[in-house]
Design a protein around this ligand. Structure first.
Ligand code: GDP
Ligand code: MG
Length: 597
């Protein structure tokens, strides 16, 4: 395709503003799919995505419109996947900015719009959901101008649901978004935008060719990854697979090259011709590192092998999550896993539970701390990365501990501002900025990542009844007064519940944890002390009273089938329990205890 007939664009939208619906509508209008095939949303292809209404993996589709080839690049819709978003945007020349006509501009939209502007994108504002009775398109138009600073006089009023404004959007893509540039005769430079594992095709790589030509049969080299491969398929998605013989400069499509492991394909890497390599890779490559770690253990120790297999399978499709074997005194064999964020963690955990039918115990999520060890007789001073509280060195050896910090941008309607400020303050936040834009407060806070990974987002949403929006990026490490807090049940430390906390907040956290555990652990025949401790010092304590009466006595003389049922239930219950110092702790208790109240 000649360059001037190509348009590459992505869609930027806050969650739920209608990105997927609009994408589906564009595909339908341009003939990619029939009405019947449209029944399910095409671009969100995983169950969890559908339920949570977010896009996890970027997908891309080629559309034909009035003699032009339009490549629609879908982008992930969550802060955990910010780097993938940046690469998708770097593959395009423009973006549709979709804003809900009833909700207006939100923080996530802003973060992505600014990224898009940084990539020199031409942005086409689309005010969606104008069919809603609560729609206020003129107000939203003004918001786009005031808050984002974009000219919205030519914003397109649309309803992805009822099909209003769809042709105007397609025409605007052709007219307003610039054609890609790229020298087809230069050595090949293609950006690896995304990759996933397909059971039939192996690893599929989504690329944007920046220069040169990518051909079937060509030998390619990954400049950061350092490996070479033979391209065996070149094509595009309409959204069904269509094979092509080549992709020229400016084009977006996919390749396969008999690659078995997704770990070889790094998002942002430059693909070049192995025989005629480019002199320099494309800018912007970054190695993504997991930021949140936790242990995953099977509730039933016999499921360990099954867990290993399931995790390995998931990993085939997600190079950003890491795992290594871990043993715990109490939980037995499991895996220490790393994630891009808490949502990422929840997605993996949910898929293991749902798709692989595993019962899991998740230990307290932890960020990566830098532990500065003091010089000793046998050892020089050094720094270790700690992502498991269980590996915390003896405090006497520690000189200082650093923790990662973030800068958060929060948008919140005025009436909830007070409670949000308190939340940020409680989480050791440092206020950097408070301004008003379009009747809403825009807050900038620096916060320790550790205080955010737990339930900050949930709290924010519940305090503001869903109206606050939140976005963050990491800003580096800072020293903090951090300690390891252990939880003891019947005098035995429950390693799954130990966590690293700030000293000032330790008592509150410890007390909350003990109180919750008191409610979550069933009574036993004996008294059970529950304690939170730092080193040898107990900072909080609760006691579960002993059971007075024998519960099975209720069954005494009851009919046989009822008794059987109760026994079966107990057996079922056993499977989901863990023993600590003779105390059975139900699986749910771990997860519930880790939620802060
Ligand atoms: P995404 O998170 O941005 O991908 O949003 P979705 O496309 O999944 O849409 C979120 C919700 O808004 C869904 O329930 C859609 O049916 C609904 N929706 C999307 N576009 C429109 C629209 O134009 N009008 C109305 N009334 N609802 C819409
Ligand atoms: Mg979506």
């Amino acid at each position: 395709t000649p360059l001037d007939k190509i348009r590459n664009f992505s869609i930027i939208a806050h969650i739920d503003h209608g990105k997927s619906t609009l994408a589906d509508r564009l595909i339908q209008r341009t003939g990619g799919l029939t009405e019947r095939e449209m029944s399910a949303q095409v671009l969100d292809n995983m169950d969890i995505e559908k339920e949570r209404g977010i896009t996890i993996k970027a997908q891309t589709v080629r559309l034909d419109w009035k003699g032009y080839v339009l490549n629609l690049m879908d982008t992930p819709g969550h802060v955990d996947f910010a780097y993938e978003v940046s690469r998708s945007l770097a593959a395009c020349e423009g973006a549709l900015l979709v804003v809900d006509a009833a909700q207006g501009v939100e923080a996530q939209t802003l973060a992505n719009v600014y990224q898009s502007i940084e990539h020199d994108h031409e942005i086409v504002p689309v005010i969606n959901k104008i069919d809603l009775p609560a729609a206020e398109p003129e107000k939203v138009r003004a918001e786009i101008e005031d808050i984002i600073g974009l000219d919205a006089s030519n914003a397109i009023l649309a309803s992805a649901k009822s099909g209003i404004g769809i042709d105007e959007i397609l025409d605007a893509i052709v007219e307003r978004i610039p054609a890609p540039k790229g020298d087809a005769s230069a050595p090949l430079k293609a950006m690896l935008v995304d990759s996933w594992y397909d059971p039939y095709l192996g690893v599929v790589i989504l690329v944007r060719v920046m220069a040169g030509v990518l051909k079937k049969g060509q030998e390619i080299a990954f400049m950061a990854g350092g490996t070479r491969h033979l391209v065996d398929r070149v094509g595009c998605f309409r959204p069904k697979i269509e094979q092509l013989t080549e992709l020229g400069a400016g084009e977006i499509g996919f390749i396969t090259a008999q690659i078995k492991e997704i770990t070889e394909t790094r998002v942002g890497d430059t693909i070049t011709d192995a025989k005629k390599p480019a002199a320099e890779p494309l800018p912007g490559f970054k190695e993504v590192q997991p930021v949140v770690f936790c242990g995953l253990f099977p509730t039933d120790a016999n499921d360990f092998e099954k867990l290993r297999e399931s995790i390995s399978k998931l990993r085939l499709n997600d190079a950003s999550f890491s795992f290594e074997m871990e043993t715990s005194a109490a939980l037995g064999f499991g895996f220490r896993c790393g994630f891009l964020g808490l949502l990422h963690l929840e997605i993996i955990q949910e898929r293991l539970t749902r798709e692989y039918d595993l019962d899991l115990i998740t230990t307290a999520p932890s960020v990566v701390y830098h532990i500065h060890l003091a010089h000793t007789k046998n050892e020089d001073a050094r720094v270790i990365d700690l992502h498991n509280p269980a590996d915390m060195p003896d405090p006497t050896r520690i000189e200082s501990i650093e923790e990662p910090w973030i800068e958060a941008t929060i948008y919140v309607p005025d009436e909830y501002l007070g409670s949000i400020l308190k939340l940020c303050q409680d989480r050791r936040g440092i206020q950097k900025d408070l301004t008003y834009v379009g009747g809403r407060a825009q807050l900038k806070y620096e916060l320790p990542l550790n205080e955010v990974v737990f339930d900050f987002y949930d709290r924010l949403k519940s305090i503001s009844r869903g109206y606050a929006s939140f976005d963050y990026h990491q800003i580096g490490y800072r020293e903090g007064d951090l300690v390891k807090m252990s939880i003891l049940v019947n005098d035995e430390a429950v390693d799954a519940l130990s966590m690293i906390v700030h000293r000032a907040g330790a008592e509150t956290r410890g007390r909350g944890m003990c109180e919750r555990l008191k409610d979550l652990i069933p009574r036993h025949m004996f008294k059970i002390p529950i304690q939170a401790a730092i080193g040898g010092k107990v900072i909080a304590r609760e006691t579960i009273a002993a059971l007075r009466k024998d519960v099975t006595a209720k069954c005494y003389g009851g009919d046989a089938s009822r008794k059987r049922k109760l026994l079966d239930k107990q057996k079922e219950g056993k499977k989901r329990m863990r023993e600590y110092g003779n105390v059975s702790i139900p699986q749910e208790a771990f997860i519930a205890a880790l939620r802060m109240g």
